[in-house]
Structure formats: structure tokens, C-alpha cells
Design a protein around this ligand. Structure first.
Ligand code: ATP
Length: 366
């Protein structure tokens, strides 16, 4: 946890402790660049690296060492994660145990995914400007169909049955919906104007049991925030509206599965997976920050990955830790890189991962 240094008997800076887990594939390329961007801001943080990922799993069979999650929660202020997934680990067991383990076992229930367009050229939609795409998706992160409840019966026979349970608890639904209203109350848009709308997205017309719970809780919690406009959309309609008119969205709250899907769609509005940042948060506890993209095996090790999603994730983590100024400097640097086309191929540039990140570091150091 935070450490205090003394100089001549006087306490100086509280340094924050960050655990760094690059993981697999392009995670190993982009996370070191994000760390260097943080270092270039001079933020008072210390980093500790962990080798959890496919290489270690293939070497000695461990995914998370004993007491690993307890150690992260006890000894660190935040965790910076890359991505997990490696074609050599067919079961993807390590990804499940490390990434879902962190989200579930550390109870990081709010997956916060800001969706912001830095430059009109990055958006595939016609006539859409940066001011038109500035919303956030709050995805429930510990329940839903990702809990792995269910099973397979008579596997491999013509009578095979597979069930995947959708778990929704009153506590889980209520806390993410409340988080969304609190987020709306306490955050502004990029232009400084207040946020004012929370939209709950579900499929309650077809999934009536779980959807009914989400509907009831949303009605109850929204009544406590009369100054915030409460809205609702079915997930299929929301997908269509996101492409037709992203201007209408402000704060969106939804379950684990729908949140996963609509944030890939919304990453498309920002320039692709390489531009999207996220945080996995439990207020008051050690939280984890990761770019939205995965390990991207086809481009791993080729110096092609866009490092900006990871670097913007680092900025998000700094803001969470109270380093608002340093966070804003990183965001300004990425914005300038995009404007000057000092970017990777996925967003129309010609730089490699290292070169694009080096431009950011130089900008921050100047
Ligand atoms: P996961 O299920 O772990 O989220 P995924 O298979 O859905 O992973 P990714 O690994 O994120 O998807 O990537 C899919 C594709 O998107 C990649 O193969 C790559 O072409 C592109 N991509 C993802 N991240 C980046 C990035 N940072 N820079 C450039 N391209 C990227």
C-alpha cells in the first residue's frame, strides 16, 4: 500500500504502489509502454512486476500463486493489467483464473469503460465529431452469465445438454446501478458540462426473470436521484442507436454480457479496440485497470499493437489514485499524437508500438 518517505524527520510524499501484470500477447508490448508514460509524468508511484500469464503457466503450471489475490489487495493501491490469452493454452484456463479471478475474487464489481472520440478521423460514422461521442459504459463485472454456473450433461452424445446460468443478485444489481447514478453525479463530460442521464440496458422483454429484477431495482434507485434523467433501452435497440446517433448517450449501465458486447461496439466508435481503456473498480479497495482489447495473437510480437488503449488506461488509473494532473497530461499527449498522426497502423498511422509510445514519452518529458 501507499508508502510515506521521511526526510530530516519530515514526511514527504505518499507514494502509491502499483502491481503490473502484462500477461500475454500484445499485453507484454503495450503495458511496459504505459508504465513508461506514467514514469514520464513524474507521478509518485512505484511499480512491482508480476509474470502471471501463459509463459509461467506453461513453465510450472501455476496461474495465480497461493494467496496471490490477497497479496494484491493488501500490498498495492492499484493493478495495471495487459491481456490474457495464448494459442498454446487451448483451455484458456490461465486467463480465466487470473483475469476473472481478479474481477470475481477481489469483487471488482464496476467495470468502467469510457467511450470518447479523440478525433473525427477515427470514427467510422459520417459527420460525427469528438463532442458527439463522450459516454461511459458501466458493466456489472461479477455476476451474469460469466460466473460459469451450469454444466454439460451427456456430453458427446446426440442427447447432449448444456446450460449456462445467468446469475443476478439483488445486491449485485443494486450496487452497479447505484454506482452508475453516483458516477453520473460526480463526473463531468470532456467539455466540462455535467453528466445528467443514466440509461439501463437489458433484454427484459425476453429474459423476464433477470430483466424484471433489473427493472425493479432501476426504478427504486433512480427515484433517489430525481435530478438525473433515468432511461431504458433493450440491448438490441441500443446497438442500433449507438451506430445511428451516439450523441444521445451519457451513462449506460448494464449486465456483464451486454456490457462486454456493447463496449466492443462502442470501441469501434473511438477508432477500434486499440483505443479503449477500462477500470475494474470496487470503491475503497484495490482496483484493477486494463485496456479493453485482448492479447491479439495475430499481431503479437510484431511491434504493431496500438499502445494508446493501455496508455489511456494508465491515465485512468492515475486519476483514480488522485494524480489528476498527471492523468490529464497523458490524455493531452495522446490527443496530440492523434492530431499529429503519430500513431499506429490500426488508426491510420505508420508508427510501430514502440515508436508511437516513444512519441508520447517525449511529449510528456518536454
Ligand atoms: P478477448 O476475448 O481477450 O477480448 P478478442 O479475441 O476478442 O480478445 P483481441 O485480442 O482484443 O480480441 O483482438 C482482436 C483483433 O483486434 C486483433 O487480432 C487485432 O487485429 C485487433 N486489435 C486488438 N487490440 C489491438 C491493438 N491494441 N492494436 C491494434 N489492433 C488491435
Amino acid at each position: 500500500m501507499s508508502s510515506q518517505k521521511t526526510q530530516g524527520g519530515k514526511a514527504t510524499q505518499v507514494r502509491k504502489q502499483i502491481a503490473v501484470i502484462p500477461g500475454d500477447g500484445i499485453g507484454k508490448e503495450v503495458i511496459p509502454q504505459a508504465v513508461q508514460a506514467i514514469q514520464a509524468t513524474g507521478a509518485a508511484v512505484d511499480f512491482t512486476d508480476f509474470d502471471w500469464g501463459a509463459d509461467r503457466y506453461l513453465r510450472d503450471g501455476t496461474t495465480v500463486p497461493p494467496e496471490g489475490f490477497a497479496m494484491l489487495g493488501r500490498d498495492f493501491d492499484a493493478i495495471l493489467v495487459g491481456a490474457f490469452g495464448d494459442p498454446r493454452v487451448k483451455t484458456n484456463i490461465h486467463a480465466k483464473e487470473i483475469l476473472l479471478g481478479m474481477r470475481f475474487r477481489m469483487d471488482l464489481y464496476a467495470n468502467v469503460r469510457p467511450v470518447r472520440l479523440l478525433d473525427a478521423a477515427l470514427c467510422p460514422l459520417k459527420g460525427v465529431e469528438p463532442k458527439d461521442v463522450d459516454f461511459v459504459v458501466l458493466r456489472e463485472n461479477t455476476e451474469g452469465v460469466y460466473t460459469d454456473a451450469g454444466g454439460v450433461f451427456k456430453q458427446g452424445t446426440a442427447d447432449e445438454i448444456a446450460t449456462q446460468e445467468d446469475i443476478n443478485t439483488r445486491k449485485g444489481v443494486e450496487r452497479i446501478i447505484r454506482y452508475a447514478f453516483e458516477y453520473c453525479k460526480t463526473h463531468t463530460k470532456l467539455d466540462g458540462s455535467p453528466r445528467s442521464k443514466v440509461l439501463m440496458c437489458d433484454k427484459s422483454n425476453a429474459m423476464t426473470h433477470a430483466g424484471g429484477l433489473w427493472q425493479r431495482v432501476f426504478r427504486e434507485v433512480s427515484a433517489e436521484y430525481p435530478q438525473i434523467t433515468a432511461q431504458h433501452m433493450y440491448v438490441d435497440a441500443l446497438c442500433m442507436q449507438m451506430v445511428r446517433d451516439p450523441r444521445q448517450f451519457d451513462v449506460i449501465v448494464t449486465n456483464n454480457l451486454f456490457g462486454d458486447i456493447i463496449t466492443d461496439l462502442s470501441a469501434g466508435l473511438q477508432g477500434g479496440l486499440g483505443m479503449a481503456a477500462s477500470g475494474n473498480i470496487h470503491p475503497g479497495r484495490t482496483s484493477m485497470f486494463e485496456p479493453v482489447h485482448g492479447s491479439a495473437p495475430p499481431i503479437a510480437g510484431k511491434n504493431q499493437a496500438n499502445p494508446f488503449g493501455a496508455i489511456l488506461t494508465a491515465a485512468m488509473m492515475l486519476a483514480h489514485l488522485g494524480f489528476e494532473k498527471e492523468s490529464a497530461r497523458i490524455e493531452a499527449a495522446v490527443l496530440e499524437a492523434v492530431r499529429q498522426k503519430k500513431v499506429t497502423q490500426d488508426i491510420g498511422g505508420s508508427l510501430g508500438t514502440k515508436e508511437a509510445a516513444a512519441w508520447i514519452q517525449k511529449f510528456l518529458s518536454s
